[in-house]
Each structure stands twice: as C-alpha cells, then as structure tokens.
Ligand binder design. Structure first.
Ligand code: C5P
Length: 246
C-alpha cells in the first residue's frame, strides 16, 4: 500500500490536485484540513467564539473536550472516496459550511491546541492504516493524504512526500477566485458569498506555521512550486512522482 503525503500552505491547490491524484490511481483520499475545519465548525456551533489570539488553559481544555465528544460519540464521519469527498456531522454533509470565511478565519485557533491535534493525528493514522474505514471506502491500494504536518508528523514514512507551494500573491488570487465561484446555500448560521475572500491566506499561514512547519520542506521531502504551472501540469508532476515510487 502506497501513502502519498502532500503538505503546503493554503490556496496552493492542494485539495483539488490531491483529489485528482487519488482518482487517477484509484487511491483513497484524506483531506486533513477538512477535519480541522469540521472541528472548528462544531465548536462554533456549540457557542464557542474562537476569536481569541492566545487561548488560556481553561478554554483549551473545554475545546478539547468538545472535539473529543465530536469524535468519540460518533458525530463525526469522513468520506475517503475521492469522487465523493466530504465531512459529516450526524450524517449531515458539512462540505460547504466548512469552506465559509467564518470557519477559515477561526480554524487556526482550534488547530493550534496540541491535545486537539493529537486526537486528529491519531484518527488520521488509523484511517491511513485502514484500521478505520469511514463511509466504507477501502484504501487497499493506496491513499493520498494532504495537510500541513503529513510529511513530518502524521506519515513521515510515506512513500511519496511533497511540499506543494506557490507565491503568496498567486495563492491569494486562487483563493479569491475559488470564493467568487462558491455559494453557500445551506440554512446553517455560517455562510459565505463574497467575491473577495475574507480568508486572508497570509494571516492564516502565519498563525498555522507557529504550530506546524509547512513553509519549508523537511529532509527527503520534494518541493513542487506551482506558481507558474496549470492544474494539469501540477497533477502530471505528482503522477510522475507516484509512478516512480510504485
Ligand atoms: O487545508 P485547509 O486550508 O483546509 O486547512 C484548514 C486549516 O486546518 C489550516 O489553516 C490549519 O489551521 C489546519 N490544518 C492543520 N494541520 C493539517 C491540516 C490543516 O493544522 N494537517
């Protein structure tokens, strides 16, 4: 079984490329950012403001309990099928609401709490090992896992390890384009319809990089800078890397 680990900052096209890569090889696909976003949504849905810059230990403890409840009480589920990805709460698809600016602006507060990271890292490793089989999709042949700490912490022994990156102006442009194309139609309290993204990728990366180091490639990790590449070109580079590893 092949594990392909892809890290990188926001707005680099990680999700679409990773998903297409998984589809190309018939592998499972795990979007770890969607897991952190779902946890932030769950906390906000339980009345947590998440607008603190530095969390105190009481808040961290409360948020960790909330997230633990999300997982251990079986509210959370995720699809590993690259043709139908999604995260779910009690069967409800959260895919759109977790892409809202509100969640993007607050997710770093949740992902910076180490006990929460440890819960998610354990769950991610279980999915990769095939011990958990969310939504019944098998990762028998291989799995593409994308995030910030996959090459370094979650799956440092992955057969293929990539840091996907691009210049900051390119990434913000891509995020704005993505945002102008999306409309949130669900009746949830969180929504996003603005043409210019309120998701400031530079600010989010600055916060995230205090906790995980995804701005520079670690030992044995290949950097792919796709600032001047099309989606198809980026995908082809990754396909070639996986072909070389199998
Ligand atoms: O990749 P995406 O933009 O969906 O990630 C959302 C957030 O989840 C990141 O800004 C970061 O705070 C968190 N994250 C993380 N570790 C990962 C994946 C995502 O901390 N492996």
């Amino acid at each position: 079984m092949i594990t392909v680990a892809i890290d990188g900052p926001s707005g680099v096209g990680k999700s679409s490329t990773s998903r297409a890569l998984a589809q190309h090889f018939g592998y499972a696909y795990l979007d770890t950012g969607a897991m952190y976003r779902a946890c932030a949504w769950w906390c906000m849905d339980h009345g947590e403001a998440l607008d603190m810059t530095d969390t105190d230990s009481q808040t961290e403890h409360r948020l960790t309990e909330l997230v633990a409840q999300f997982f251990t009480d079986d509210h959370f589920d995720i699809s590993l099928d690259p043709s139908h990805p999604g995260v779910f709460c009690d069967g409800k698809d959260l895919s759109e609401v977790i892409r809202s600016d509100e969640v993007a602006q607050h997710v770093s507060a949740v992902s910076s709490i180490i006990p929460i990271r440890n819960l998610l890292i354990a769950a991610q490793r279980a999915y990769i090992a095939g011990e958990e089989n969310p939504q019944g999709f098998s990762n028998g042949a291989g799995i593409v896992v994308e995030g910030r700490d996959i090459t370094s912490v979650v799956a440092p022994d992955a057969e293929v390890r990539v840091l996907l990156t691009a210049r900051e102006d390119v990434r913000q442009q891509r995020r704005n384009k993505q945002n102008s194309e999306k409309t949130v139609t669900s009746s949830d309290t969180l929504s996003a319809t603005s043409a210019i993204s309120g998701d400031d990728v530079a600010a989010r990366d600055a916060k995230d990089s205090q906790v995980t180091s995804f701005l520079e490639a670690g030992d044995g990790v290949t950097t792919v800078d796709n600032s001047d590449m099309s989606f198809e070109q980026t995908l082809q580079v990754l396909i070639d890397m996986v072909d070389n590893a199998i």
